[in-house]
Design a protein around this ligand. Structure first.
Ligand SMILES: [Zn+2]
Length: 342
């Protein structure tokens, strides 16, 4: 702000001098009226020049900032990726170099080489290859290659059905193609192996004509496929039952959730609704509302190396620059102040 003020003050002085030294002849050339007293056209000229210079100054500073940021980002990403990607896979670092350069064909070739030399575990190989194929699919989609996009996604999903981003993208692709059964199968599969909130959301979105009650019932049967995270089932079912006005069912799910998990933002606000609408207990509702404000989000992707949280999956953590570090977690407790680093 101070820097801007200084720049504007400088421009104001330049404009004042320009306005003062402009003679009557020049003023007439600029289109001013000959009858106008000299101080009037000087003031108008000053204001006009000042505004033009201000706009130019603003544009110039913005342009400088963009250049600075692009430069900084480039330096940051190349340096850090180089440092932390070396663990994947355990070879001479060619894979990491390719990943850094966005060369996914090269990365894939190196990964195959590592597998042939038995430098990498079988499961590790499958997941890394799925991640690479998913990146290739995204690149093909960007390039408008409509055939390669689903082909890579299918390969990624076959290799690692538990890899959520590829499964979600493939299910979405099938849905757009009108193949709802295939989409549902993929989502059920990934839900069984790696249940996340987005998977359930995508599954329910397959049936947009459902009423609120039907939606709650559909989730009831979908939840049976997920034995890994019962808390997630309860959490989603509570929300859907509440929307369907099946308050007692919702309360039962909330109680189930709270046995093993802390009250999260959404859970606390659902409890507040129950207290308010069913029990008409305003004090308790207010308490739950206060608790909702203080609580953390329930589901997030968390970096397994540095604990960085994100609402979306990313190939790199932008704090520690590890490759594919994000794991989906239910009930991420909110920490006070700065995040604790491992
Ligand atoms: Zn990290």
């Amino acid at each position: 702000m101070k820097r801007f003020l200084r720049i504007y003050a400088l421009f104001a002085i330049i404009c004042a001098i320009a306005a003062l030294i402009t003679s009557k002849r020049e003023a007439l050339m600029l289109g001013f009226d000959a009858k106008m007293p000299s101080w009037q056209w000087r003031v108008i000229l000053f204001v006009f020049l000042f505004l033009v210079f201000c706009i130019c100054a603003k544009c110039f500073v913005m342009w400088l900032n963009t250049i600075k940021q692009t430069f900084l980002r480039k330096v940051e990403s190349t340096e850090n990726v180089k440092v932390n990607c070396d663990a994947y896979p355990k070879n001479d670092g060619v894979f990491c170099e390719c990943v850094r350069k966005d060369d996914w064909d090269g990365a894939l070739a190196d990964l195959e080489e590592a597998k042939r030399k038995k430098l990498i575990l079988r499961e590790e190989y499958a997941l890394i290859k799925a991640v690479v194929l998913y990146q290739m699919a995204l690149k093909e989609e960007k390039n408008g290659n409509i055939h390669a996009y689903p082909r890579h996604l299918v390969s990624a999903n076959e290799l690692a059905p538990s890899f959520v981003p590829a499964a979600l993208a493939l299910a979405d692709f099938y849905l757009k193609e009108g193949q709802k059964i295939k989409a549902a199968k993929i989502l059920k599969d990934v839900w069984r192996k790696n249940p996340t909130f987005d998977v359930a959301k995508a599954y329910l979105a397959l049936y947009p004509d459902d009423t609120a009650v039907e939606r709650a019932q559909r989730m009831e049967s979908f939840a049976l496929y997920n034995a890994k995270l019962p808390g997630l089932n309860s959490f989603i079912k509570a929300g859907l039952n509440m929307k369907a006005k099946l308050y007692d069912k919702a309360k039962a799910e909330l109680d189930l959730f709270l046995i093993k998990n802390p009250a999260t933002k959404k859970v606390a606000s659902l409890m507040a609704i129950y207290e308010e609408k069913v029990l008409h207990n305003q004090d308790s509702a207010l308490n739950w509302k206060k608790r909702a404000k203080k609580s953390g989000r329930e589901c997030l992707w968390v970096c397994k190396y540095c604990g960085k949280k994100s609402t979306k999956w990313h190939i790199f953590c932008n704090e520690c620059y590890h490759f594919n570090p994000f794991e989906w977690k239910l009930c991420v407790a909110r920490k006070r102040g700065r995040e604790r680093r491992k």
